[in-house]
Design a protein around this ligand. Structure first.
Ligand SMILES: NC(=O)C1=CN([C@@H]2O[C@H](COP(=O)(O)OP(=O)(O)OC[C@H]3O[C@@H](n4cnc5c(N)ncnc54)[C@H](O)[C@@H]3O)[C@@H](O)[C@H]2O)C=CC1
Ligand SMILES: O=C(O)[C@@H](O)C(=O)[C@H](O)[C@@H](O)CO
Length: 311
């Protein structure tokens, strides 16, 4: 009998996380507040699986079997019935997360793991909203969750070793690469590194150092080309720590230290130009079809890269 798991929040991240469980043979229950969000999530999962068939990483039969493992509900009690592992992927809003945790703890068994996909809240902050903290953990997936291998795992001061071990086992069972942090820190590893880089990219764009396309190309054709296989610390060994001493110490004084995004980015956020989810952001997209094409292209690249990395 397949193990039952639940994903709370069927949006950008939740649908991909649910897909991973379904493809691994778990019975996954997706929960959201509106049927239309759940219907959209199923459509996104179906499209994802179609692309994997196109890229010959799964068969049509695999897709059908995976979809049969997914159920949806707007009723929380129904969605967590029999569940052993709950992944929370609702909006990055502590009040919303806490309200959900409170409802959840009333209806699940005490040994059911509650794993948050939060991007920015520390486990300490999250633990303020959970009564039984030894079953709370952070499992931070990356967008798109069904394709990016990394999941950062953060335990709290009360998280039991048994919960950590069960979480790592589940993540490996669904094909992910879990990294268990030794310490709880805001932004964990990858978002701290990403935020430092994105802040500098905003700074370069704000100071008209290069066009947005060229700033991105400087990464995808440069460090990003290497990072798929060699991380920043190994890169510094390859380059020579003496050289990297100079690089860090010579550049640290001139790197952006902004604690706010530049006004031109703030203006975009305030005017609702948020990127692909609104049709305009730092780049302009002709229409919905172009956005869907770009997302398909992105995912095709990621699937092909994953094949190379698995060799
Ligand atoms: N978008 C991204 O690139 C990444 C996001 N995350 C984190 O994952 C979480 C989810 O983010 P996204 O999927 O991007 O958000 P989203 O906005 O795409 O999806 C959130 C979903 O939660 C649902 N929701 C809101 N309140 C709810 C409630 N009370 N009960 C049930 N469902 C509820 C919404 O209807 C929506 O479908 C956030 O904590 C975010 O920080 C983590 C990694 C990457
Ligand atoms: O890049 C990702 O997918 C994750 O590191 C995140 O949490 C991002 O910060 C995300 O929340 C914004 O795209």
């Amino acid at each position: 009998m397949p193990e039952k798991v639940t994903v709370l929040g069927a949006g950008t991240m939740g649908h991909g996380i649910a897909q991973l469980y379904a493809q691994a043979g778990y019975d996954v229950q997706m929960y959201d507040i509106k049927d239309e969000f759940l219907e959209k999530a199923i459509e996104r999962i179906s499209n994802n699986l179609d692309m994997m068939i196109q890229e010959q990483t799964i068969t049509e039969e695999d897709k059908n079997v995976a979809l049969q493992h997914i159920s949806t509900s707007t009723d929380l009690k129904e969605a967590v019935s029999g569940t052993r592992f709950v992944t929370e992927a609702v909006s990055e809003n502590l009040k919303i997360k806490f309200e959900l945790f409170s409802q959840l703890e009333e209806i699940v068994d005490e040994d059911v793991i509650i794993a948050s996909n939060t991007s920015t809240f520390s486990i300490k902050e999250l633990s303020e909203g959970v009564k039984k903290n030894d079953r709370l953990i952070i499992t931070h997936f990356f967008n798109p969750a069904h394709l990016v291998p990394l999941v950062e795992v953060v335990k709290g001061p009360e998280t039991s070793q048994e919960i950590i071990d069960r979480t790592v086992d589940v993540l490996k069972a669904i094909g992910k690469k879990p990294v268990v942090l030794k310490k709880d820190i805001p932004g964990l590893i990858a978002n701290r590194l990403q935020a430092a880089l994105v802040r500098e990219a905003f700074y370069l764009l704000d100071n008209d150092v290069a066009e947005a396309e060229d700033i991105d190309l400087a990464i995808t054709a440069g460090p990003g080309f290497r990072w798929a296989f060699i991380g920043p610390l190994e890169t510094s060994d390859f380059g020579g720590l003496d050289i990297w001493k100079s690089v860090v110490e010579n550049l640290a004084p001139v790197l952006s230290k902004d604690e706010k995004i530049p006004p031109f980015v703030e203006e975009k956020v305030q005017s609702g130009n948020l990127g692909t989810k609104t049709g305009n952001g730092l780049f302009t997209y002709a229409d919905h079809e172009e956005i869907q094409r770009r997302i398909r292209e992105r995912d095709e690249y990621f699937i092909r890269l994953a094949k190379i990395k698995e060799q």
